[in-house]
Design a protein around this ligand. Structure first.
Ligand code: ZN
Length: 1098
């Protein structure tokens, strides 16, 4: 009897299953605030009858152990080459294991008990800087191999095309250029620009302002803006440059070249970087500024020679003035980052003060929690928010918080303390259900407390009573984390659990595609080998000796194979389910096991899988049934968990969720472009909903050789809080190290399950919009089947009433989740912000990196429903309004020709331009539809540090590195003219690391770094740097390792030789330059923003 024929009577997938009530609780712990929609998620307060465990439909689980079908002789035709019994030598039966320990109610010692909490000594350790996150020990180190064969060209870039304009187009662009007319307007006073004082002209405290010198500037004023960072009460203002009147408008044809006008060389290589013909192309004068100039042309070999690069004196006179803005005189990201490091990197950031703007994400600093959540957990677009809605609308500054509830901390900082209030659970406001926090006011001698969010007065439970000191503070203030710290955890009571039952420990299920491509590439063998050791590194709680997580294994192509790895078996058993239309799990007992107990059987299975499918001819795969199988297995085991799916191709086999190839690059720049980002069927949305209800998180590892519709396959990972990893054209020798690092980190990292997050706020504002990888069934609760330490949720706030300057505004983020040992917990983060009635205060306390994080996520969601051009235009317009409002209301009166930027936002234009030029909003010719969908989803979960380096990559001159120190060489700006052909540079953006080698690099450096004797011998197929015993090689490799350690994903290393064809890919990341896909240069974009601002002001 074959399992294949096994029929069952379960209901069709996707329909409501009997007995499963899901998240149908009526309320979120009692009454809710008026106007706030009630939660469907439940039991925050008191027993909730609504949760019912899913009852397996009849026929799903015939019996424990699956008696007849579960016999070891159940292989189907797909594996017919195998012996009926599992192959492999017989081993002694492992000692039968005890059932996995039930640890639902245990209190593992991972977190410090609050009794250990000392007065004022919540942090320990000395300030240490530059502490990259510790990588867990790699169980099975893969040494960087020697140079791979040259044939392993990185195929991703094979479809590499020319710039989106032919020479003729470029000429057309040149003809259309209108920028530069400004030059005639005012002679440039040399030496003016940054740094010169601008008299304060505003009532009240002077504002920092940034004046960008108007064109034409003559000699570059190397005065970088050195305004002391916050508090920005000092005058950073600057004498304006010459008025920028006539910024737009045709240039006077007879304008003579300004003396000293030439572009800065700055160590540039090659010919002088005069006006490039493609410079300024799509930008000024082009009515459709916000969109690319047109659909990308068909891929074509790029010939650098086809791009004319006339010298300055070859150009018609009217084009010369285009370079009147000195790139060194416009705000420099590098300078801002450096200034912040110098000013704020040495002192710990102490969170005791309301509304403090933290140091930048690029600054290494230590945090001391004294009542507000660390910026590692929450960052805001502004720390001083308008009191009224009108003021907020006027400024157009979005009010948003970027929240990373389970963020990893450097070892010097203390994890949130775990507070156990026993059976009564955490103390909460009776009305809004906010949790006890440092901002609650105790009154009446400590018998009651007034809620800091809704002002409701609540009785203090008798067990929680404490006297107040003369200042009104409880005398146990410092003994209780929830009274003195910004972040802490509560142990949740059974009332916070589904079905009023403490959860079981979660499970990990590994689901491996064993179709032809996966087997042939060596992937299946690689995964199996890795899992043998990786399973010993599953997340464990605190000091627990072993992980409580159980594991299970599935392989699949067109059919699914389940494995019984029960410890009492001598050999694993396979059960095949070929009826994928109605997925069920053919075994219960022995599918999810404890690693230690079933070690021998698991090892045997992992040895056998690659052999079993070695000769497979099956090329087709299913996908949705794989997720369904994992979901059903977790349902049957009554636990949450994570599916690790390793998948290679578009699932075209006949099955639910079957997909077709609908990739169509012709849709780019049309109104239908949005469909490329949308899933092609709603099937996966429904599946995701079911997964979230069960706490089934999906992590997807993709290994595509062609289009596989990331936009659709990514729906379930995305909505369940999971991750997607993509290794296009996976090749064992070049990509295994990266993949294995990602896999190890993904398996080992801290993760919570069955999570629900709610953000409460002071009366006056409320959370209105959410961005990230999650599911929402109502308007307030963010649900995530899984939430790991890397995932970020961005929350936008809007006014619904007035705020007051006195009380400020408070946020409280409460995350209810199940720990990796099955413990139900609440993690609380509190943050207090200032409120203002003066716009100037708002602009003084903004954080541009966070603003960009929000704007990028907002735009990346927008492309799902609007044409990309509309999204781009809206972004530009909003930022222009933000800056125009500042100019109008906060800056001192000055000529309309001046561009004046708020000190805190002086990088807004350059960063915004990077977002506009990103592959999602303006795809380069090499960006595939899958790449764009992938990036779109990645960015949506990024924290501020990740978006910062993603949009403005870090560029380091390696040849300037001091081999005797641990420090990094000083970063330089992302522009080609900053590169010297005699140097080697590293560029990283969180996904890739490029090592760019100039054509004139000394031979000794090449020898030391690459182990070859000449430039021409450097292979750009290298995926790692060779291990050579010399100081330069060691230094560079240590830099690369350090950067890898700072990022949540292992970055792909790409060697780029100057003038090689891969160089165009690299240049895509030189984001201050004009991009091949039509993106404006920083200088051009700044002029464009200025124009937009002036239009708004006029
Ligand atoms: Zn309240």
């Amino acid at each position: 009897m074959s399992v294949n024929q096994q029929a069952h009577a379960g209901p069709p997938y996707g329909q409501p299953q009997p007995g499963y009530q899901g998240y149908q609780q009526p309320a979120y712990g009692g009454q809710s605030l008026p106007g706030v929609p009630q939660s469907q998620y439940g039991a925050y307060n008191g027993p909730m009858p609504g949760y019912q465990q899913p009852v397996p439909p009849q026929g799903y689980f015939p019996s424990l152990g699956f008696p007849s079908k579960g016999s070891p002789v159940s292989l189907n035709s797909d594996t017919s080459s195998l012996a009926p019994n599992f192959i492999g030598s017989l081993r002694a039966p492992p000692t039968s294991g005890a059932p996995p320990p039930a640890s639902g109610a245990s209190h593992p010692s991972g977190h410090l008990a609050y009794s250990q909490f000392e007065h004022g000594d919540v942090q320990n350790g000395i300030p240490a800087s530059a502490a990259p996150m510790q990588r867990p020990p790699a169980p099975q180190p893969f040494l960087p191999g020697s140079a791979p064969t040259p044939v392993s060209q990185i195929s991703t870039f094979q479809q590499y095309g020319p710039p989106p304009g032919s020479v003729q187009q470029l000429r057309n662009h040149m003809a259309g250029m209108t920028i530069g007319g400004t030059a005639a307007s005012a002679p440039p006073p040399a030496g003016l620009g940054y740094g010169a004082p601008r008299p304060p002209a505003m009532p009240g405290p002077p504002l920092p302002g940034q004046t960008v010198p108007a064109p034409p500037s003559s000699q570059p004023n190397h005065v970088s803006s050195p305004p002391p960072p916050p508090p920005p009460s000092t005058m950073a203002g600057l004498h304006p440059g010459p008025p920028m009147s006539g910024l737009h408008g045709p240039p006077p044809p007879t304008h003579p070249p300004q003396p000293g006008y030439q572009m800065q060389q700055n160590g540039s290589f090659g010919q002088m970087r005069g006006p490039q013909p493609n410079y300024g192309g799509a930008y000024p004068g082009a009515p459709n500024y916000g969109s690319p100039p047109g659909p990308p042309p068909p891929p074509k070999r790029l010939d650098p020679d086809s791009i004319p690069s006339p010298q300055l004196n070859e150009l018609p006179p009217q084009q010369k003035p285009r370079h009147r803005i000195d790139p060194d005189a416009i705000p420099s990201p590098i300078q801002v980052i450096e200034d912040d490091r110098n000013n704020r990197g040495s002192e710990p950031f102490v969170t005791g003060v309301r509304g403090q703007v933290p140091p930048l994400v690029t600054t290494n600093f230590l945090v001391k929690d004294q009542g507000n959540a660390s910026p590692r957990y929450i960052r805001c677009t502004s720390y001083n928010i308008p009191c009224t809605s009108d003021m907020a609308k006027q400024s157009q500054v979005p009010l948003a918080a970027v929240i990373k509830p389970l963020a990893a901390l450097p070892p010097e900082e203390t994890l949130p303390y775990l507070v156990d209030h026993g059976e009564s659970g955490p103390v909460r406001c009776n009305r809004c259900k906010a949790y006890m926090c440092p901002f609650m006011q105790f009154i009446e001698g400590g018998r009651r407390f007034q809620c800091c969010f809704c002002s409701c007065v609540t009785e203090v439970p008798p067990h929680y009573f404490q006297h107040l000191d003369h200042t009104g503070k409880r005398v146990d203030y410092y003994d209780r984390p929830e009274l003195s710290l910004g972040s802490y955890e509560f142990l949740a009571t059974v009332d916070y659990c589904k079905n009023n039952k403490f959860p079981s420990p979660p499970a990990f299920i590994f689901m491996i595609d064993v179709s032809y491509n996966a087997v042939k590439s060596g992937l299946v063998r690689l995964i199996c080998e890795e899992l043998k050791s990786l399973l010993d590194y599953l997340p464990r709680e605190g000091n627990m000796e072993e992980s409580a997580i159980r594991v299970g294994f599935v392989t699949y192509n067109k059919v699914l194979h389940f494995y019984n790895v029960k410890s009492s078996l001598a050999q694993p058993q396979m059960m095949v389910v070929s009826d994928v239309a109605d997925m069920f799990v053919p075994l219960l007992d022995g599918f999810l096991v404890n690693v230690n107990e079933s070690r021998t059987v698991i090892a045997s299975l992992l040895d056998q899988i690659p052999e079993m499918f070695a000769d497979t001819r099956e090329t087709e795969t299913v996908f949705a049934p794989v997720i369904q199988a994992g979901l059903e297995a977790l349902k049957a085991a009554e636990c949450a968990g994570k599916l690790f799916i390793f998948h290679t191709s578009l699932p075209i086999a006949e099955a639910p969720g079957k997909l077709k190839n609908r990739d169509d690059r012709k849709l780019i720049n049309t109104d239908k472009e949005k469909t490329l980002f949308q899933p092609q069927t709603s099937f996966y949305n429904n599946l995701a909903k079911d997964c979230v209800a069960q706490g089934c998180c999906v992590d997807l590892f993709l290994f595509p050789n062609q289009y596989l519709d990331v936009a659709t396959l990514g729906v379930v990972p995305y909505q369940t809080g999971g991750s997607i990893y993509k290794y296009a054209y996976f090749q064992l020798e070049t990509d295994q190290y990266r993949f294995l690092n990602d896999l190890r980190r993904d398996v080992q990292k801290e993760v919570g399950f069955d999570a629900v997050m709610r953000v409460r706020t002071s009366t006056g504002i409320r959370a209105t919009d959410f961005f990230g990888a999650f599911y929402m069934s109502n308007t307030t609760d963010v649900e995530m089947a899984g939430l790991d330490c890397d995932k970020t949720i961005t929350v936008e706030f809007k006014h619904d009433d007035k705020l007051s300057e006195d009380s400020g505004a408070l946020l409280q983020c409460a995350l209810l989740y199940t720990s990796c040992a099955g413990q139900r917990r609440l993690r609380i983060h509190n943050l207090s912000l200032n409120c203002c009635t003066q716009l100037a205060d708002l602009y003084r306390n903004c954080e541009t990196d966070t603003l960009i994080n929000y704007l990028a996520k907002y735009a990346y969601r927008g492309v799902l429903s609007s044409p990309v051009k509309t999204v781009r235009d809206a972004l530009i317009n909003q930022c222009a309004q933000i800056l125009a409002c500042y100019r109008k209301n906060c800056a001192s009166p000055s000529s309309a020709g001046q561009l004046i930027l708020p000190e805190c936002m002086k990088l807004l234009p350059v960063y915004l331009n990077c977002v506009l030029k990103s592959d999602v909003l303006q795809p380069g010719p090499e960006a595939t539809t899958d790449d764009r969908a992938y990036i779109r989803q990645l960015v949506t979960s990024m924290d501020v540090a990740e978006t910062n380096v993603f949009f403005y990559p870090r560029l380091l001159p390696l040849t300037k590195a001091d081999v005797d120190s641990d420090s990094l060489p000083a970063a330089i700006r992302n522009s080609e003219e900053r590169l010297s052909k005699g140097d080697i540079y590293l560029l990283e953006n969180g996904l890739n690391i490029f090592v760019w080698v100039g054509v004139s690099v000394q031979q000794s450096l090449i020898q030391n770094l690459f182990g070859v004797s000449s430039f021409s011998q450097i292979s750009n197929a290298l995926s790692t740097l060779p291990v050579l015993e010399n100081p330069f090689s060691k230094k560079v490799r240590s830099i690369v390792d350090m950067l890898q350690g700072q990022r949540s994903r292992y970055m792909k290393l790409i060697i780029v030789k100057q003038e090689d064809k891969l160089e165009m890919l690299f240049k895509h990341f030189l984001v201050e330059d004009k991009s091949l896909s039509g993106g404006a240069s920083y200088v051009d974009f700044l002029c464009h923003m200025h124009k937009e601002i002036r239009q708004l002001l006029s």
